[in-house]
Ligand binder design. Structure first.
Ligand code: ADP
Length: 594
């Protein structure tokens, strides 16, 4: 395709050429005729002057010589041939001939201009003259004296001069037109390039926008329409860029929100093709790159399908819970519709809220309530039984009555211990009382605890001993540390059969203080070890109960230890004994309560 500049230039040049040619075509052909006509008109005026000049002489019947002299002088002034013809056609005077030559001149009565002058007062003719041997223009006017015609005055000019004049004129016109054409062409080329250049630059900018380069701007800054076009284009590009930046910013925000969300988010279009799956969803379900694929390829879960299809079909919100067995997780699914892109039906957004922990805690709570009720019901049932027996007559026998009352007392004590433990556990879990920190010597606490169990151990025929290695003084809650040791020593004394021994040892461990309670009792089978710190967990339920245990002791130990930043570990071998080890940090820093 020809360039814009060339097209505008060629069009302008062609238009000016056509206009100039038209001027030439109209002006040139008439030029000679008009020149001849003009000459004829001026000749007629000259003829009138000659007529006026010779009229008095003719009227007075002057002789030929006088007339000839008059005519010659007039011819000299006019630079033309002057002739005076008598009404009968005889040549009376002629600037081109005198004397005999004049008399030899043929009669001019038949000359068309002479005839016309005699008839109508004036006449013009162009023809060859034998006298001067050239084409001549003749103009004749009648010479009158009142109503009488005295003759005809004729002025003639060679046509050669006229033609030359016409040619000169035509030449001048052509030169003028050629000059005009050159100037026009130059001007049009200048104009076209001054228009086409900026237009092309604006077009280039527009082409770049279309190709997606929004930084492109037109640099044309003219004050005309092309400049306005460039400004409009630049403004549009500014606005477009602003909008795109805004959209990108919104997108980035949404992306940030979506990726910061802990819940999984899945968006599908009206055909169920995944549009978006946020980071949380990809991580929790182990999805690679689900975008662009049908959701069933990514998540093969019945509930997910049910919720999505329901939302896509009805456009209504739907909530459902789904257990993803292979991930051992439970999700609360919430599906809502979201608008599709122009002209398409709505899609659906599904959020996956992980409720596994909540479900577990609910279960723990339910189990705890069931366990606590069960633990309370057992002694309560026994108490009721003994009371009923007493009512039914057992009270009559003082020995039986005393025995039954003793049993009731024991069960009531058990209930009391249980309630005490439950309260303590609940207080510890709520964290309502912060630990009271003070410098504590672990050896001293261990000796105190050993002393308080000495009598019980002795009664049971157990050896209870303390051994101290150097240990750092710790800043901790001494009372809580004491209760930890009491629980551990109580268990050791409780479960170790007669003849056995219990050792309390203190020392240092990795810069912290350490206290251990070991026994050579029955030990704890390995499969139970991971669970003995759970509430109500007992290795041997009946035996524990018989020994007055509530199943909460170690659970309380664990909570107490956590509250002062201490750790409790256990090693045991069935049949050979058990060792609990408590590591107390130099400065208590409570662990976050669970
Ligand atoms: P309990 O009130 O039954 O003693 P604990 O929470 O104190 O409850 O202990 C949980 C279980 O751990 C006990 O039932 C017992 O089976 C076992 N256990 C705890 N300490 C010892 C120990 N020193 N020797 C053997 N078994 C123990």
């Amino acid at each position: 395709m020809m360039g814009l500049r060339a097209r505008i230039g060629i069009t302008a040049v062609a238009a000016s050429a056509a206009a100039l040619l038209a001027v030439l075509a109209i002006a040139l052909p008439g030029l000679r005729q008009r020149t001849t006509q003009q000459v004829a008109t001026s000749l007629e005026a000259q003829a009138r002057l000659v007529a006026r000049l010779v009229q008095p002489a003719l009227a007075q019947g002057a002789d030929a010589r006088t007339l000839d002299a008059l005519v010659d002088s007039a011819s000299g002034d006019l630079h033309a041939r002057v002739t005076v013809v008598a009404p009968d056609g005889r040549v009376v005077a002629d600037s081109a001939a005198s004397g005999e030559a004049l008399d030899a001149l043929e009669n001019h009565g038949n000359r068309p201009e002479v005839q016309a002058a005699l008839r109508a007062g004036r006449g013009t003719s162009v023809r060859h003259s034998a006298t001067v041997e050239d084409d001549l223009v003749y103009s004749a006017v009648a010479i009158r004296d009142g109503a009488r015609t005295l003759g005809v005055a004729r002025v003639a000019l060679p046509l050669r001069g006229v033609r030359e004049q016409a040619r000169h004129l035509a030449g001048a016109v052509v030169i003028a037109l050629v000059l005009a054409f050159v100037i026009t062409a130059l001007l049009s080329v200048m104009l076209s390039s001054s228009l086409a250049g900026p237009l092309e630059s604006v077009m280039e900018a527009a082409r770049q926008f279309a190709a997606g380069n929004l930084d492109a701007r037109s640099t044309v800054s003219r004050r005309d329409e092309v400049g306005e076009l460039a400004r409009i284009l630049n403004r549009s590009a500014d606005q477009l860029q602003e909008r795109i930046t805004e959209i990108a910013r919104d997108r980035a925000r949404i992306d940030a929100i979506l990726s910061a969300m802990e819940d999984g988010v899945l968006a599908v279009d009206h055909q169920g093709v995944v549009l978006l799956a946020n980071q949380a969803l990809r991580a929790s379900l182990g999805l690679r790159d689900p975008v662009g694929h049908p959701y069933v390829e990514a998540v093969r879960q019945r509930e997910v399908g049910l919720v999505l299809e329901h939302v896509l079909k009805t456009g209504e919100r739907k909530v459902m819970e789904a257990e993803l067995h292979h991930l051992r997780r439970v999700y609360a699914l919430t599906g809502v519709p979201f608008p599709g892109s122009e002209g398409t039906p709505h899609g659906a957004v599904l959020t996956f809220h992980d409720v596994t922990e909540r479900r577990r805690l609910d279960q723990v709570r339910r189990d705890f309530v069931a366990n606590a009720s069960h633990e309370l019901r057992t002694p309560l049932t026994s108490i009721r039984g003994f009371v009923e027996a007493l009512e039914d007559g057992a009270a009559a026998d003082p020995l039986t009555a005393e025995r039954f009352l003793g049993k009731i007392h024991t069960h009531a004590d058990r209930m009391g211990a249980l309630v005490e433990d439950l309260l303590e556990l609940s207080r510890l879990e709520s964290g309502e009382r912060p630990p009271v920190l003070e410098p504590v010597d672990v050896a001293e606490v261990a000796d105190d605890v050993a002393a308080s169990f000495a009598e019980l151990a002795e009664r049971k025929g157990l050896k209870l001993a303390c051994r101290h290695d150097p240990a750092p003084t710790v800043t901790t809650d001494g009372d809580r540390l004491r209760r930890i040791l009491e629980n551990l020593v109580e268990n050791a004394v409780k479960y170790t059969p007669t003849g056995g021994s219990v050792r309390i040892e203190t020392g240092r461990h990795d810069g912290a203080a350490q206290v251990s309670v070991s026994d050579d009792g029955p030990g704890i089978p390995a499969e139970h070890l991971p669970r003995i710190f759970e509430r109500f967990y007992r290795v041997d339920k009946a035996r524990s109960r018989d020994l007055g245990g509530t199943g909460l002791g170690l659970s309380i130990v664990k909570h107490l230890a956590e509250s002062i930043g201490a750790t409790v570990g256990v090693t045991s071998e069935a049949g050979r004994g058990t060792r609990f080890r408590v590591v107390v940090p130099v400065v208590a820093s409570p662990l976050a309560s669970p």
